[in-house]
Ligand binder design. Structure first.
Ligand SMILES: [Zn+2]
Length: 707
């Protein structure tokens, strides 16, 4: 059972506002819909050359029909429930629906046409229908509950136990175990939370769009780079204003704070950004925050949890709010003193310049920029010639091949969905097939921004059926020309390794059930497998093996490597404090047991006092504009970024201790992490790899917070 679950990257589904004319899908008798029959290609690879955009909707319809028939059959089963007659058929009930969805939604992000947009609009309600058909089915829930209540006597494997627990939680957290009265309240709460989520997001968006700082005296804009001034002039013109206009969007706001010499203007911009949702006007979010938190607590209480954080953390690697909180505090202990040192260093610059004022929050970016130029300057244009896409990819393959005993072989005869897509076969040491790997690297007008990994086909191996996965990495790099290869920035090169880390997690998986296979792991775990690869990307000894000048073939010089490493430690106290601060704020919000006297501003002040937060730094997000936790699914989960970072640094440290390319360490990592998905307790798996619990030291060192 993987629908919805398998979408790794955020699916910002575009809802087409205008009514779309009904499209009639002609059923053509001579042609078979390729989505409805088994692929003729090896390992079930997708026959992209045969699929037409009109094939998706009939395939979704058939998929939904089959799903319902499969669910009806499980519910109609007269035998007492077993794992084999209940859970296994649930795992495959959406096979067609899921297969079509994986292909369709991948291509929606890269190559959608009008027919596909129309299809998407009709598919969204079908997906909701599929979900309710499964998760609102009381007979199915009763069968799962019987299994769950008797789970220790069923002789289940460790993986089967994890799968059963996941099904049970999915049903229970959807309200399946509540009495009628509570169920009604549960639905009411969820509907209201949905409304609040939309209102909160709209307030932020509308307020940000409404804000403008209009400057008509060019003398007040001294220091700003020419491109920023030009953009600001164009913005003013567009709004029918004189002079220059600035807004609180990051691409405008950050350079403004970095470069504008006028302190008063910096203060205005700073305050405009940090007071979003908190101006006691029509965009104010304080009451929405309070009501959301209250309702989340009520929901958690209904489900039997003491706090909302307890409810969320239960199925994460961290398991308890306390574990997440303790880790954050451990980082905080080192980050805060470092931020204070950075503050003092900047104060010295102010004093030396005869500033006669104390550094304020709105001065931070400005003086940090001066410090960066003095101590951490790095000219990116010197680096890019050493990072051609081909070389970077070779580097990432080399690391994986050496560590995990696998091989990547170019394949030229697989159909692709776009002529620029390349395909590879990932082979195990004995030559057996592990996965197909597609790379879709170049920017084009139909492609969404960013970079991601997903499956075209998933992996499973149960009830006499098995399939190996097909994985894709999508990026947005520059298109090579006749004279120039695709050259990457250092961030891009890290992105190649990062997404390739997700891809390895997908390709090397050896689970039985899709629910726990590959990257189907919690937020606080999944990014370890991608982020760890970034360490190899920028390690000096690995750089020497792949970063060659695209023209001369010369290896990247040591002094450039040294500059690159040094630049990574710039402003690290500030960045860690604002990030950990936001994660702590999120956790504090969701650990409360009573919100009746809750006042958002007072609450934030109390937390700041408790943490010893310095006034020169603000949380990266404050409650009234913290969209990760009030409009997205990162509530009580913002810590995940830091948790995963501790894991990736600690795991990489293990390679540093035993040899960066040591195949023995690679084997342990492959067997305990990459192959296991979430088929076992994640902390247990980590310990089996590392030999001990993850420690925070490597992450602190990596961020330059300790030596
Ligand atoms: Zn990632």
């Amino acid at each position: 059972m993987i629908f919805l679950q398998n979408k790794q990257f955020d699916m910002n589904k575009t809802i087409i506002a205008a009514a779309v004319a009904a499209v009639t899908f002609m059923s053509c008798s001579e042609r078979t819909n390729p989505l409805l029959v088994e692929s003729n290609l090896p390992y079930g690879a997708v026959e992209f050359d045969k699929i037409r955009s009109t094939d998706y909707m009939p395939a979704f319809e058939e998929g939904l029909r089959q799903l319902k028939a499969n669910i009806d059959a499980i519910a109609a089963c007269a035998d007492a429930p077993t794992f084999q007659n209940t859970i296994e058929p649930l795992e495959s009930c959406d096979r067609l629906f899921g297969n079509v969805g994986r292909i369709f939604y991948n291509l929606m992000e890269t190559d959608a046409d009008d027919i596909m947009h129309e299809t998407e609009e009709k598919e969204i309600p079908m997906e909701n229908e599929a979900n309710s058909y499964v998760f609102m089915n009381e007979t199915i829930f009763n069968r799962i509950k019987q299994l769950y209540d008797n789970k220790d006597n069923l002789g289940l494997t460790v993986e089967q136990m994890e799968v059963l627990k996941k099904y049970y939680r999915r049903f229970v957290t959807g309200g399946a175990n509540l009495n009628e009265k509570d169920k009604a309240r549960f639905v009411e709460i969820q509907n209201r939370l949905g409304e609040l989520r939309i209102k909160y997001g709209n307030n932020n968006l509308d307020e940000s769009n409404a804000y403008v700082l209009n400057v008509t005296d060019i003398n007040r804009l001294k220091g700003l780079p020419q491109d920023q001034l030009e953009a600001a002039a164009a913005r003013a013109k567009e709004k029918g204003l004189e002079g220059w206009a600035f807004n609180v969007q990051k691409p405008c706001w950050i350079p403004f704070l970095q470069f504008c010499q006028d302190r008063d203007l910096r203060e205005q911009m700073y305050k405009a950004y940090y007071s979003r949702g908190n101006n006691n006007d029509q965009y104010d979010n304080k009451e929405i925050v309070k009501e959301t938190l209250q309702l989340r607590l009520e929901l958690a209480n209904l489900l039997g949890y003491e706090t909302f954080a307890d409810f969320v953390l239960e199925d994460r690697m961290a398991k308890t709010p306390k574990a997440a909180y303790d880790l954050l505090m451990e980082i905080w202990k080192y980050a805060l003193p470092q931020a204070k040192r950075e503050r003092d260093e900047m104060q010295k610059i102010i004093d030396a310049e005869g500033g006669k004022f104390k550094l304020a929050a709105w001065d931070w970016w400005y003086y940090a920029e001066k410090l960066r130029k003095q101590k951490y300057d790095l000219d990116e244009s010197q680096l890019t010639p050493y990072f051609s896409l081909d070389n970077v990819r070779k580097g990432s393959f080399m690391v994986a091949e050496t560590l995990f005993g696998i091989k990547f072989q170019k394949v030229d005869n697989l159909p692709v969905y776009n002529p620029t897509v390349e395909t590879w076969e990932c082979l195990d040491a004995d030559g057996s097939h592990l996965a197909y790997f597609y790379t879709d690297c170049f920017v084009r007008s139909t492609k969404r921004q960013g970079a991601w990994m997903t499956n075209f086909t998933d992996e499973y191996n149960y009830a006499g059926q098995s399939q190996r996965p097909t994985i894709v990495n999508v990026c947005n790099f520059s298109v090579p020309t006749d004279t120039l290869p695709s050259l990457l920035s250092i961030d891009d090169a890290r992105t190649v390794f990062h997404e390739f880390g997700h891809a390895l997690h997908g390709m090397l998986t050896q689970c039985h059930y899709p629910t726990v296979s590959g990257t189907a792991t919690p937020n606080d775990f999944v990014e370890m497998c991608s982020q760890i690869m970034e360490h190899w990307a920028i390690d000096p000894s690995i750089l020497k093996q792949y970063a060659f000048h695209y023209k001369t073939g010369e290896v990247i010089p040591d002094e450039l490597i040294a500059k690159l490493q040094n630049a990574g430690h710039f402003n690290t106290g500030f960045e860690t404090v604002e990030l950990v601060g936001a994660a702590l704020l999120d956790m504090e919000y969701h650990m409360l047991k009573d919100y009746s006297n809750f006042d958002d501003q007072k609450f934030e002040d109390e937390i700041s006092a408790k943490l010893g937060m310095i006034p020169e730094i603000e949380y990266r997000y404050r409650g009234t504009f913290f969209s990760h936790i009030f409009t997205n699914d990162y509530c009580a989960g913002y810590y995940s970024y830091l948790w995963a970072e501790v894991l990736d640094c600690d795991a990489f440290q293990c390679f540093k201790e035993e040899g960066l390319l040591n195949p023995e360490t690679g084997k342990r990592y492959r067997q305990n992490i990459l192959e296991k998905g979430s088929s076992d307790d994640l902390m247990k798996l980590y310990r089996q790899f590392r030999g001990s619990d993850p420690k925070v030291e490597s992450m602190l060192r990596n961020r330059g917070l300790i030596n």
